[in-house]
Design a protein. Structure first.
Length: 242
């Protein structure tokens, strides 16, 4: 893909996002469901820009594995792409995000309005207490709670330990966990200037039921999520063919 197309897309992406956030400041007084609908519109326009400028499309598999009511979505995090698509794919999720992001200009207001769940990773006990309270409220409202169990963005095939936050949510909420595998890092890597055209796949795996012991749940989650994400990235097939 030409550098011109990539840089033109990034210009459109940042320009559209800046314009959207600025205009939305005028309507932050509206009910949260209205703000969520506007976020869906922002994400749809972004998906159109991706498809027509840099040739990035996406598909979602395994919707049948997501229950109608509240649940925990444990998602791989490979790219900025999925953070832009969570509302488009899941409707109105409550996303667990780094508290540092809410220190950005305007971001805090949107986080509050859309019911995101900030977590301060430097204040472990307090952070888990606040996360628990916010997650309980979101679950009571029937929302999906999205958490990135490794807590950071990783390239396809890169491994890091799964953190305690997902286990804390699982214990407190007594809800099933739906692993969310993907391969977005192949097409929109950390260095966005290296974008590639192609089809991003998001796959929701069969639920991990509520009530398991912590170690059993964590082992199942890591095994299923890593194996599925590696499969979507073609890592297993490449290894087998060598």
């Amino acid at each position: 893909m030409s550098k011109f197309r990539i840089h033109f897309f990034l210009f459109c992406f940042y320009g559209w996002t800046a314009l959207f956030c600025t205009l939305c400041l005028l309507v932050l007084w509206l009910p949260s469901r209205c703000i969520t609908a506007l976020v869906h519109f922002w994400a749809k326009v972004l998906a159109w820009l991706e498809r027509h400028i840099v040739g990035i499309r996406f598909q979602v598999k395994g919707f049948e594995n997501i229950p109608a009511g509240p649940c925990i979505i444990a998602a791989k995090h490979q790219s900025a792409w999925e953070t832009c698509k969570l509302y488009l794919i899941l409707g109105d999720p409550a996303v667990v995000l780094k508290e540092e992001l809410t220190r950005l200009p305007i971001m805090k207001w949107y986080a509050i309005k859309t019911g995101m769940i900030p977590i301060d990773r430097g204040a472990r006990v307090k952070a888990l207490t606040l996360m628990r309270a916010a997650a309980l409220k979101a679950a009571a409202d029937g929302r999906k709670i999205v958490i990135f169990p490794q807590g950071t963005r990783l390239a396809p095939g890169e491994k890091k330990p799964y953190k305690s936050g997902v286990a804390a949510l699982y214990r407190e909420l007594q809800l099933p966990i739906i692993p969310m595998a993907l391969n977005s890092g192949l097409f929109w890597p950390r260095d966005a200037s290296r974008m590639k055209s192609g089809l991003i796949t998001v796959e929701f795996l069969p639920p991990i039921p509520a009530g398991l012991e912590r170690q059993d749940m964590m082992q199942r989650l890591e095994t299923q999520l890593e194996e599925a994400s590696d499969r979507l990235a073609g890592i297993g097939s490449q290894t087998a063919s060598c």
